[in-house]
Design a protein around this ligand. Sequence first.
Ligand code: CMP
Length: 222
Amino acid sequence: MIEFLRQVPLFAKLNEDQLNLIAGICSKKAVRSGTILFREKEPGSIFYVVYMGSVKIFTSNSAGEEKMLSLFKEGESFGELSLIDGKPRSATAQAMEDTILIALSADSFLEVMRNNFEITLGILQELSQRLRDTNQHVYDLTFLDARSRIIKNLIMLANKNGIRNGNLIVVRHPLNYDEISQMAGVQKNVLMQVMRDLTDKRIVTLGSNDFSLHLDRLRQPS
Ligand code: CMP
């Protein structure tokens, strides 16, 4: 546990004693793919760090349509907002594959924040980054066309999850077309059209649970 905590960006600046203290108050929780960890509007009681696997954060309307806000992977954390402001969960969290989490109760989380300025600063930096990402998303929705948004989101997925070999990036990820279209803010049929065009031009090649991005062809004018 200590070895993992040391690699979590939020805990990176803590010394051995502080890491031991956190290891002593958190617990590991294994969940199956598809498990809902909590739902939007519920009271918040736990802060999570992803130990292994991935978790999707999304909101939905009364018709059950979803909008994915983020995908968290190893070392990333979520569930802090409702613990800090005491308001209900701002979104739903769902495991995208069999996932192991590190869980910290609300009381422990707030105690750790109270006693460790480095962790509090880390949480503030994370919240700042999420606000910046949201601003960027609003900008993209306002000023970029659907095709550019899709390509941008494929590149973002590649940067986060891809393995690069020269001009080729192979990207393994747990998202389906519904989720990619929500991330890019486009209708699924528009995503399918653009993906068809990108695969026809061999800018993207599709595998069974991955895709490859050909950077040299992407750079060529269409
Ligand atoms: P909380 O509101 O407790 O529960 C849902 C969690 O999703 C929230 O805390 C944040 O950790 C996370 N979250 C909510 N909105 C976003 C967003 N726009 N981008 C990334 N993460 C978010």
